[in-house]
Design a protein around this ligand. Structure first.
Ligand code: NAD
Length: 471
């Protein structure tokens, strides 16, 4: 079968990290970007036991990067006009981005990672352990870097495609409800459209139902993507973009006091904070309010300001129901006072059934809420691409969309998913997202609430965060 080459690339590509996402991304990069495998190199902390790098004829260098050695190591492998694809954990995204900027190297990552220790050092102030702080550091760096080598930050599925899904959902809702709009071209246009539609809250609503042959064992953390990455973000403070309609103030919440002020954080880990949400196939469920870059960047980009004051912003957060064995893993982790299990397992070839239902749920409009996103089973994912699962392929679809955008816009400076042309990204990503669908729902977090116990809710406004939060 002939596959479309979305872009051709004459430089060298260095992939940093070759875990669940790196292994899944390599086949699709070589499929859709016109470049020989001989110009791709992987640098990673540990050897590739899977044989996938060798299968695709790609050089592999085993070399952990740290604060002292990263420039010297990368200097030997990349120079002006090359591309660094960062799919590692525990290597500072900002440090890599600065290095790439100086050298004229294009860059893409799927998460703003710090050097090890920042998430887990109890001496680090809570605010500095957040994704808000990590993003603010990147925004400060990009102040004077609106042109120059393109660096796309946080472009996977979520963060990443979630920002494109929101734009598509806003357009669908506008058409469906007869709200007039001309094609939005800038952040202000999108923010004004969201305001016009009265969107009060946006969840990144995800239900992963994938199951493997061997179930979780005691003292083992099982997940469908990085265990290190998930435990780290689960132990960061819970964070959410904070809407201007909110009348309540959550217990233990704080503002940062610096930066864009689009988000707040709670004095508890996201892995211990549950919220009510909804996806079309799962229906209502409890998800984890894990901090994610998109909760902050989407809220920031959808802010309407007048005279410097934010007069409109939706509340935005993740409501993640990971695969069932990951939920059990989180439960065990919490019981052990957040001390990580001795064993870790990332599911891939042993998955027997299940799907990742990943989308955005936009709420507040008088006609009800609207979920827009991807439903992809692992069976479909395996038919579409080798070495993938439903979860990895959704992420890779976002990476590929972002890489192609960067190759076609090589001098765009530092950009977030919200800055990209969502149609161009989706054109590349769409074939790998299974069923892309939009579904209306009358669900609200107040509907069918159990009358057995008295709860702290606001019956006058379903879209207050207090109504989503599971105490
Ligand atoms: P993983 O844990 O499976 O793999 C991480 C890789 O990084 C491994 O190959 C490891 O050897 C390498 N690595 C670790 N420390 C290193 C160091 N010091 N130097 C060099 N290499 C090092 O992780 P994954 O599931 O492949 O995820 C990779 C990244 O993608 C993470 O940052 C994760 O948060 C992110 N991610 C984003 C999304 C999204 O949708 N945006 C989804 C899933 C994962």
């Amino acid at each position: 079968m002939r596959h479309i080459k979305h872009a051709s690339f004459k430089g060298r590509l260095v992939m940093l990290g070759f875990g669940s996402i790196g292994k899944a991304a390599l086949p699709l990069i070589l499929r859709h970007i016109d470049m020989p495998a001989g110009r791709v190199k992987i640098i990673s902390r540990s050897a590739d036991k899977s044989g996938i790098a060798q299968e695709f004829g790609v050089d592999f260098v085993v070399q952990p990067l740290d604060e002292e050695n990263f420039e010297a190591v990368l200097d030997a492998h990349v120079s002006e006009g090359d591309f660094l694809l960062n799919l590692s954990v525990d290597v500072s995204s900002l440090a890599l981005m600065m290095f790439c900027w100086r050298c004229g190297v294009m860059y893409l990552d799927t998460c703003i990672e710090p050097w090890p220790g920042r998430y887990t050092d109890p001496g680090t102030p809570l605010s500095r352990r957040t994704n808000y702080a990590l993003r603010e550091d990147v925004l400060a760096f990009r102040m004077d870097k609106r042109t120059g080598s393109t660096a796309v930050v946080t472009q996977g599925a979520n963060p990443g495609l979630a920002s494109a899904f929101v734009k598509q959902a806003l357009q669908d809702m506008a058409i469906d409800s007869g709200v007039e709009f001309s094609s939005p071209t800038c952040h202000e246009d999108w923010a004004n459209l969201a305001r016009k539609l009265d969107i009060k809250a946006i969840h990144i609503a995800e239900r992963d139902t994938q199951v493997a042959r061997r179930r979780k064992r005691r003292d083992e953390f099982v997940n469908t993507w990085s265990v290190d990455g998930f435990v780290s973000e689960g132990l960061q403070p819970a964070e959410l973009g904070w809407g201007t309609h909110e009348n309540h103030w959550p217990a233990g919440a704080a503002r940062h006091g610096y930066g864009c002020d689009a988000a707040i954080y709670l004095d508890r880990p996201g892995a211990a904070t549950r919220v009510r949400s909804w996806t079309p196939l799962e229906g209502r469920y409890h998800g984890f309010l894990i901090t994610h870059g998109e909760s902050i960047s989407i809220a920031d980009h959808l802010t309407v300001r007048e005279g410097g004051q934010a007069i409109y912003r939706p509340t935005v957060h993740y409501a993640y129901h990971p695969c069932d064995d990951a939920v059990l893993s989180l439960h065990e982790l919490a019981g052990k006072n957040w001390e990580k299990q001795n064993k870790a397992r990332i599911l891939r070839d042993d998955i027997t059934t299940g799907m990742d239902e990943l989308g955005v749920l936009l709420m507040g409009h008088e006609k009800g809420a609207y979920w827009y996103g991807s439903r992809l089973t692992t069976k479909q994912a395996r038919e579409l691409a080798p070495h993938n699962t439903a979860t990895s392929l959704q992420v890779v679809a976002g990476i590929l969309g972002g890489m192609v955008w960067a190759l076609k816009n090589p001098r765009a400076g530092v950009v977030e998913p919200d800055d990209l042309d969502h149609k161009a990204v989706m054109e590349v990503a769409r074939p790998y997202l299974g069923e892309l669908t939009g579904v209306r729902t009358a669900w609200t977090p107040l509907r069918d609430r159990s009358a057995l116990f008295k709860e702290d809710i606001d019956p006058d406004d379903p879209w207050q965060f207090v109504n989503f939060r599971v105490v």
